[in-house]
Design a protein around this ligand. Structure first.
Ligand SMILES: Cc1cc2nc3c(=O)[nH]c(=O)nc-3n(C[C@H](O)[C@H](O)[C@H](O)COP(=O)(O)OP(=O)(O)OC[C@H]3O[C@@H](n4cnc5c(N)ncnc54)[C@H](O)[C@@H]3O)c2cc1C
Length: 303
């Protein structure tokens, strides 16, 4: 059995009541199915536990990494030193508010949030139903699809800072832009988010969600591990089209490959490493630049 590190011993002594896992494989928590062990992975069940964790890790001079559903993260093969705080299904709960708004905790998946809204007869979240991440990850990334974006409907975000204190950020203070929010720079953690929706017909909402899921299933390689679109949409084109025009569909580095089904996706064919995915992204970006003069930037967060 591997001996515990000093950090693991100290953290479990200071937080005996918290659910902590040691050397937890990141591959189990990322949709790429890639990544070595996290020194400590913590699963806080509520605001109080999250706050305690943040205070204690600050005391131990550790800046934790935050994980939602891991659907936009490439985790390193050698593992993650220090603390990873996993929020999926941990910070849980949803409620309807006055004025056709809903509030969702950060660990709720987008799919559950969209179903909740549909069941209340509220329209506006249909676009997010097929995005496989959490509300926290969606707010952080300003996730979007089929013309909708979190930043269009998000009216307020409850965030927690490194000291474990909570604050409310208005939509204006979130500085949403394409696949970006202020949280990338502030380091604050999404605890919950409010979405402004509108009254709608439940049947029509469900029918739109089913239509969008069918579109995804028809066009995306959902049978293989990936992190969705590998690259951001560049100015002046679409990543998938540029990659296809450069003849790179099916291009491989080891077990990391550009999907044959959708050139915008990098997929794990079986035992791809983070190193292989990084090389693949670098090589594809260079080849697309040589072919089109357009530089592709990764959308996936490389840890
Ligand atoms: C098959 C597939 C299809 C996809 N389709 C789409 C799509 O249509 N549109 C789209 O935008 N994306 C898409 N994605 C990418 C991904 O689902 C989104 O980016 C999603 O919003 C990520 O959420 P997550 O909870 O998985 O975040 P993670 O991948 O866990 O994290 C992403 C980033 O957000 C940060 N983060 C996560 N939670 C929090 C929090 N509570 N507070 C602060 N920071 C946090 C992490 O530190 C990390 O930097 C797709 C991915 C896959 C695998």
């Amino acid at each position: 059995m591997t001996e515990l590190t000093d950090f693991q011993r100290k953290l479990s002594a200071l937080l005996p009541q918290l659910q902590l896992c040691f050397f937890e494989p990141m591959a189990r928590h990322t949709s790429f199915r890639i990544g070595g062990g996290a020194e400590v992975m913590a699963f806080p069940k509520n605001r109080e536990e999250l706050s305690q964790l943040l205070k204690t890790s600050a005391l131990l001079d550790c800046k934790p990494a935050i994980l939602g559903a891991g659907t936009n993260v490439l985790a390193p093969d050698e593992g993650v030193p220090g603390l990873v705080i996993c929020l999926k299904d941990c910070l849980d709960g949803m409620e309807q508010l006055a004025g056709d708004r809903i509030r969702c905790m950060a660990g709720v998946t987008m799919a559950r949030a969209a179903v909740f809204a549909a069941n209340q007869g509220l329209t506006g979240l249909e676009f997010a139903h097929g995005i496989p991440g959490t509300v926290g990850g969606g707010v952080y990334m300003n996730a979007g699809a089929y013309g909708g974006e979190i930043g269009q409907i998000c009216t307020a975000v409850e965030v927690m800072d490194a000291k474990g204190d909570t604050h409310i950020r208005t939509r204006e203070e979130m500085h949403f832009s394409y696949r970006h929010s202020v949280l990338e720079n502030s380091g604050q953690i999404v605890v919950s988010a409010e979405f402004q929706l509108a009254p709608g017909d439940t049947e029509a909402i469900w029918s739109r969600m089913k239509e969008l899921i069918a579109k995804r299933t028809a066009s995306q390689p959902l049978n293989l591990p990936s992190a969705g679109s590998a690259f951001k949409r560049p100015t002046g084109g679409y990543a998938a089209a540029l990659i296809e025009q450069a003849g790179l569909k099916g291009y491989r580095v080891g077990d990391a490959a550009i999907s044959e089904k959708h050139a915008g996706f990098a997929v794990n064919l079986g035992s791809a490493t983070a190193g292989e995915v990084k090389q693949l992204l670098r090589q594809v970006s260079e080849k697309v630049y040589e072919h089109s003069g357009i530089r592709l930037e990764p959308e996936v967060r490389i840890w």
